[in-house]
Design a protein around this ligand. Sequence first.
Ligand code: HEC
Ligand code: HEC
Ligand code: HEC
Ligand code: HEC
Ligand code: HEC
Ligand code: HEC
Ligand code: HEC
Ligand code: HEC
Ligand code: HEC
Ligand code: HEC
Length: 320
Amino acid sequence: MRRDGPVSRLIGAVPGRLPGLQAFLMLLLCVGMLSVAANAAPAHGAKQANVQASQGPSGDYVGTDTCATCHEEAAKGFASNPHTKIAMMHGKSGVTCEGCHGPGKAHVDAGGDASKIFNPAKATAKEVDERCLSCHAGTHPNFERSPHPKAGVGCTGCHSIHAAKTEESLLKAPQPQLCYQCHTDVKPSFSMPFHHRVNEGLVKCSDCHDTHGTFQNTNLRNTADQNMICTKCHTETRGPFVFEHAAVKAEGCTACHTPHGSQNARLLNMPNIATLCNQCHSPVSAGTVHGVGAGSITSTPCISCHTMIHGSNLSQAFVR
Ligand code: HEC
Ligand code: HEC
Ligand code: HEC
Ligand code: HEC
Ligand code: HEC
Ligand code: HEC
Ligand code: HEC
Ligand code: HEC
Ligand code: HEC
Ligand code: HEC
């Protein structure tokens, strides 16, 4: 494999996503550095070099237009690809293709010798990931130590640069189909009587998971408090409450709910609410309301009295 040339190292310094102003400044910086480099080159005199810096690629780079002369198919569809922004970074010098495939001069000079160009389709997942991360490590710093690459699923396991099926994020297939291709085991959960409406398009796998790796188990999105994954949508359970239910705070939402789907209403872990509660509260103490007519308590669901089960501002026992 070829080493990255100076141009890709320049690109590599820029993270995938930058706020507008920062990106603009970075662009200016890159153009500046490029023309300095071009000026320093002894090639065709200062004037010529300046023209080259602003209008065409240099060194081992030949530019997109040259690639397009032989690879019409690949180049044609590329106009709407977000990766055309790479070219913008160099005063439109057009090294878009070579940002990923590496410098192409040797390949072109040899009339298209396949062994003289980096082809991700023939490279290992690790080699391709390194190439992608040379620009995207800023937004996905945890990728390399997350479950997907460890199982051999690299960037191109989910993304396709030249034949993406989604306009957004260049995915090989839209969610959740993309995920089901490999995670057949989780698919049935989303057809259970009660489920997050992922198949219906209301909620996405990526609302809860960040497949690019996180500091949490099971690729769950990074948040200071795991419950925030859920409470960003279920705001009414967020609190803080004067009287917190320790179960919600300490064990989290999944102490009582199954996130994907369940046979039980409200996605509860157990069919019987008393059983669910009594995992932690058994037996409920005598001398309270529970002591009077204990029989009726088993037939009355706990939550018909403990209505504010996620926490309350009025009642220590969450009854209002
Ligand atoms: C002079 C014509 C020509 C130009 C210009 C050219 N290529 Fe190629 N390219 C070819 C030919 C021919 C092949 C081999 C096709 C084959 O063997 O199936 C090829 C193969 C490739 C492959 C696949 C290599 C492999 O391992 O199969 C890639 C990737 C590629 N070119 C990228 C580029 C890029 C990027 C540029 C611009 C920097 C470029 N090419 C410019 C003719 C060209
Ligand atoms: C963001 C990275 C990236 C950019 C930019 C890019 N490619 Fe590719 N290219 C890939 C990947 C990855 C593959 C492997 C197939 C796939 O995953 O789509 C590939 C495959 C190819 C192939 C076919 C190799 C094969 O064996 O099928 C050719 C030819 C090619 N690219 C040419 C180009 C040209 C020409 C451009 C510029 C217009 C370009 N690429 C821009 C990443 C890129
Ligand atoms: C297991 C599937 C999967 C793998 C592997 C994967 N991605 Fe993604 N990627 C996604 C999905 C799904 C989205 C859209 C939802 C989201 O943003 O999380 C996405 C979004 C993105 C985005 C746009 C949004 C953003 O967060 O910036 C970039 C850039 C990206 N991925 C780059 C990469 C790179 C680079 C790699 C390899 C280092 C990679 N992805 C590996 C599934 C994957
Ligand atoms: C030379 C730098 C560079 C390389 C290498 C590179 N990218 Fe990108 N990528 C970019 C830039 C620039 C953007 C546009 C960012 C933006 O729009 O904010 C982008 C955007 C993306 C997006 C987001 C599309 C969207 O809809 O937001 C995905 C996904 C992505 N790249 C995946 C990849 C994958 C996979 C690879 C490796 C095969 C790769 N990139 C290699 C620079 C690069
Ligand atoms: C190309 C196959 C493939 C695709 C596509 C894929 N995954 Fe994975 N995923 C795997 C493999 C293999 C593992 C690691 C082994 C395992 O834990 O199942 C994994 C692991 C995971 C894990 C961690 C599981 C754990 O027990 O820690 C989550 C969560 C996950 N994937 C979610 C997703 C989501 C969401 C998508 C779609 C955006 C997706 N995956 C797409 C193959 C894939
Ligand atoms: C509402 C949030 C949410 C959504 C949406 C979601 N997940 Fe999960 N997922 C979780 C949580 C939370 C866990 C951890 C469960 C646990 O630790 O008990 C998990 C666990 C997993 C696991 C590992 C454990 C297992 O059950 O096999 C995989 C794989 C997984 N999810 C894949 C997916 C896929 C694929 C999708 C989309 C089809 C998806 N998830 C949608 C929240 C979600
Ligand atoms: C992206 C937003 C979103 C996220 C994140 C999310 N949910 Fe949901 N959740 C919904 C929507 C929308 C519904 C309603 C579904 C419906 O009506 O079919 C729902 C329904 C539920 C229900 C059933 C409500 C009822 O009335 O039956 C429970 C319980 C639930 N979610 C718990 C969770 C938990 C636990 C998490 C975190 C692991 C979570 N949700 C993450 C959007 C979200
Ligand atoms: C101690 C067990 C427990 C924990 C922990 C818990 N819930 Fe619940 N949740 C329940 C019960 C029981 C119901 C059913 C209430 C009903 O039917 O009136 C419920 C109902 C819900 C509902 C349906 C709407 C409603 O309020 O009745 C949503 C949404 C929900 N929970 C989300 C969450 C989220 C998000 C978390 C984490 C912040 C969480 N739950 C933690 C037990 C729990
Ligand atoms: C995962 C364990 C767990 C589950 C399941 C659980 N709780 Fe709790 N609950 C706790 C803990 C821990 C406390 C705090 C106990 C304390 O402070 O003495 C608590 C406190 C309470 C309190 C307030 C007690 C007091 O004296 O302040 C009530 C009422 C309560 N839970 C009702 C329920 C009901 C009803 C359910 C079922 C819907 C339930 N709990 C499910 C762990 C759990
Ligand atoms: C008929 C209404 C009602 C039902 C049904 C009910 N509770 Fe209570 N519960 C109360 C009231 C009212 C209090 C507050 C009593 C007090 O403050 O002295 C209470 C207090 C509690 C407490 C805290 C004090 C203690 O006794 O430890 C727990 C824990 C509790 N209930 C759990 C449950 C569980 C679990 C169930 C279901 C098996 C349940 N409750 C069913 C009304 C009810």
